[in-house]
Design a protein. Structure first.
Length: 134
């Protein structure tokens, strides 16, 4: 399911998985925040993973949006992890003096899901490796 701004929000058990792209303007950011918070409530989500690995640049607007989304989700009882930050994005945040206060991060989406309680399914003997998550 996608938000009105076109950002997909997927449900994996009690975790919602979504992402942020560079093209997020004010209007689509508000629609995204509205949809995400509504989905946290309607899906009884305990966790939210926001993948920003496709985000090549960051500005104060996107940084503020991530902090606000995290705060809103926490108020609704969901833990948020922002995953996949590129080194250039981290450097830009530091250079601009922007702090993602209260935002928990993970190196990639898989580590973020593990932090939210997901585990890689154990491989059975003789079975080909796979990337399924439980």
């Amino acid at each position: 399911m996608s938000t009105p701004g076109g950002v997909p929000i997927l449900r994996l058990g009690d975790v919602l998985v979504t992402g942020v792209l560079n093209e997020l303007d004010d209007k689509s950011a508000v629609a995204f925040a509205d949809e995400l918070t509504a989905r946290i409530v309607s899906d009884s989500a305990n966790g939210v993973l926001i993948d920003i690995s496709r985000l090549e640049i960051i500005d104060s607007f996107v940084a503020r949006m991530l902090m606000e989304l995290t705060t809103m989700a926490r108020l609704l009882g969901a833990r948020v992890i922002v995953a996949g930050m590129r080194p250039a994005v981290a450097i830009t945040l530091v250079e601009l003096g922007l702090r993602l206060t209260g935002v928990e991060t993970a190196l990639n989406a898989e580590q973020g899901l593990v932090a939210l309680g997901w585990q890689r399914m154990p491989q059975r003997p003789g079975e080909a490796p796979h990337d399924s998550l439980r």
